[in-house]
Design a protein around this ligand. Structure first.
Ligand SMILES: *Cc1c(COP(=O)(O)O)cnc(C)c1O
Length: 240
């Protein structure tokens, strides 16, 4: 077995244990493999071990990698799903709209409108999450919790998008309890949108929360999608 396959097995086991502790059905939490900085071979090694969903931060790196994966193994490439989890600048919206299945980092209506307009008609609507900033300063990405519902109400009206949930990248916290406290704030934003009764929330079911270092606390807080990079692929060789 490759290291990546072994790591994947361990991460899946961590998820299963965390689900059991949280008295949640295993299978309620999906795994997104964050492959930023790693190459097409690493993606294919994970795909060979059953992983389907991959997360990328840098749009150009991601698009080149998708092409490389397709060239190496066209059949397997067909089955993969790509999630944009990095910040989206206006000049990158077209690449995101044309190449990704999901975008987790919506925090401005203008970007959402561009993604919707640029989503090719032949593709399913882009699945999106609203990124919420619960613990950072104004310089950090994500909308303030108080603004999330307003953005959600606007995003659900865009025909090229389907609003699937909420995402956050909390600052590293020292222990489980501290992580859980922040994650619960994100969960509260998710719950408030879900309970708002806004039209267009029929598929609002995703809480994108938790990484290698805090996935247990995220699952305890209700995460349905953990984004794990180093736990699967190893340490990144340049900062990301
Ligand atoms: C890099 C990254 C991850 C994965 O982080 P690890 O600590 O390597 O698991 C998850 N989410 C986002 C948004 C990231 O940028």
């Amino acid at each position: 077995m490759t290291t990546i396959a072994e790591n994947l097995q361990q991460v899946r086991a961590r998820i299963a244990v965390a689900c059991a502790r949280a008295r949640r059905p295993a299978g309620e939490v999906a795994l997104l493999a964050v492959s930023k900085t790693f190459g097409a071979e690493a993606v294919l090694a994970a795909a060979g071990a059953g992983q389907r969903a991959f997360g990328e931060n840098y749009v150009q790196e991601a698009v080149a990698k998708m092409e490389a994966v397709r060239a190496l193994d066209p059949q397997r490439a067909e089955a993969l799903q790509w999630h944009c989890i990095g910040p989206i600048q206006s000049n990158k919206t077209r690449l995101v709209a044309e190449h990704f299945d999901w975008a987790h980092t919506l925090d401005r209506l203008k970007i959402a409108q561009r993604l919707s307009e640029q989503r090719p008609a032949g593709l399913a609507p882009l699945r999106v999450c609203i990124q919420v900033n619960v613990d950072g300063g104004a310089s950090k990405s994500g909308v303030a919790p108080a603004q999330a519902l307003e953005l959600a109400r606007a995003v659900v009206q865009l025909p090229g998008l389907v609003l699937r949930g909420v995402m956050a990248i909390p600052e590293p916290a020292p222990d489980f309890e501290a992580q859980l406290a922040v994650h619960r704030q994100v969960r509260a934003v998710f719950d408030a949108i879900a309970a708002s009764g806004a039209p267009g929330l029929g598929r609002f079911d995703t809480l994108s929360l938790g990484m290698t270092g805090d996935l247990e606390a995220a699952i305890a807080a209700g995460s349905t999608l953990v984004r794990v990079g180093s736990g699967i692929f190893g340490a990144r060789s340049y900062p990301a």
